[in-house]
Design a protein around this ligand. Structure first.
Ligand SMILES: NC(=O)N[C@@H](CC(=O)O)C(=O)O
Ligand SMILES: [Zn+2]
Ligand SMILES: [Zn+2]
Length: 344
């Protein structure tokens, strides 16, 4: 296949950052994505409907393409109230709330320190039909970083979904076979996003022959058997799995550092990178479900009514890209990508 036309895709997990960064991240993500679930881990975070509305305005002021709508998300803290959830629902611009266990990832220090602290909040989310998006990793220092997702599923997520059977939950950026198996076995209210980089890479790519900081993201890349489970899930056509890039830019100097930040930038070539994965699996016919249909179905939103066309056409990824007044090193920097969106 050398051309593939699909309904306009959406990105159900992206970091656009703020301030001058929006001048580059917003045009990048809106080139062909119709909607994006915009992560709220700013400093300070987006904690209520008013802050979400202000952030929404700043994103719209950065000139996204006309087909693009940002879907805002609240960042849950120990102090979030049930009223915050009701106000967010009433705002009409907040589509989900995000649980960052405190200390789990980039800008998560204001996150929830104990899931029991937000019982009333989660109950209100279940009641009003607000999806809970989860960075699913425990943070205890005695739990190995490669086990943190699996331990989170067993100790936090399973009890949570048992307690709130009507709550919609997205386990974000899954990285393990444990997560795939859990999501598949859970009710229709439980789904997961999968990034392009977790489909394309495993921890060998990050660590063999030298440490490659641009592959470092959280949850960290796992062994290749987990990668294979993610690829099988994404290309299966199951409604429970959908596209979430977790494109998470950091300036080059902050990644290439003695203590480098977690996050990989893929918004320059997201659907193109996913297309490579689906092509390698001989599953290009399943890309539309993953990228354009399953996400809206889960969120109860309409599918976008226009289309994009991908063509087999190799292009060179630059070594760096502008990121506000800084630069970011994108995934595949200095290498090639095999697919291109027509008209781009
Ligand atoms: N994925 C990452 O490694 N980093 C994200 C945060 C997140 O999604 O966990 C970021 O904001 O940089
Ligand atoms: Zn995360
Ligand atoms: Zn993220």
């Amino acid at each position: 296949m050398t051309e593939l036309t699909i309904k306009r895709p959406d990105d159900w997990h992206v970091h656009l950052r703020d301030g001058e960064s929006l001048a580059t991240t917003v045009p990048d993500i809106s080139r062909y994505f119709g909607r994006a679930i915009v992560m709220p881990n700013l400093v300070p975070p987006v904690m209520n409907a008013e802050q979400a509305a202000e952030y929404h305005s700043r994103i719209m002021a950065a000139n996204p393409a006309a087909h693009f709508t940002p879907l805002m998300v609240l960042y849950l803290t120990d102090n979030t109230t049930a009223q915050d959830i009701r106000d967010a629902k009433a705002s009409g611009i907040v589509y989900a709330c995000k649980l960052y266990p405190a200390g789990a990832t980039t800008n998560s220090s204001s996150g929830v320190t104990d899931i029991n602290n937000i019982e009333q909040v989660v109950a209100a989310m279940q009641e009003v039909g607000m999806p809970l998006l989860i960075h699913g990793e425990v943070t205890h220092s005695d739990i190995d970083i490669f086990d943190r997702e699996a331990v989170f599923i067993d100790t936090i997520l399973k009890p949570l979904v048992a307690k709130y059977p009507d709550l919609k939950v997205v386990l974000e950026h899954i990285t393990t076979k444990n997560a795939v198996d859990f999501v598949k076995s859970a009710s229709d209210n439980i789904a997961a996003t999968i990034t392009a980089h977790h489909l394309l890479y495993n921890r060998n790519h990050m660590l063999v022959g030298g440490i490659r900081p641009h592959y470092f993201c959280l949850p960290v890349l796992k062994r290749n058997t987990h990668q294979a489970a993610l690829v099988a899930a994404a290309t299966s056509g199951s409604k429970k799995f959908f596209l979430g890039t977790d494109s998470a830019p950091h300036p080059k100097h902050a990644k290439e550092s003695a203590c480098g930040c977690a996050g990989s930038y893929t918004a320059h070539a997201a659907i193109e990178l996913y297309a490579e994965v689906f092509e390698a699996e001989d599953a290009l016919d399943k890309l539309e479900a993953f990228a354009s249909l399953n996400g809206p179905a889960f969120y109860g939103l309409p599918v976008n009514n226009d289309e994009i066309t991908l063509e087999k056409s190799t292009w060179d990824v630059p070594e760096t890209m502008a990121f506000g007044s800084d630069v970011v090193v994108p995934i595949r920097a200095g290498e090639q990508i095999a697919w291109k969106v027509k008209g781009e």
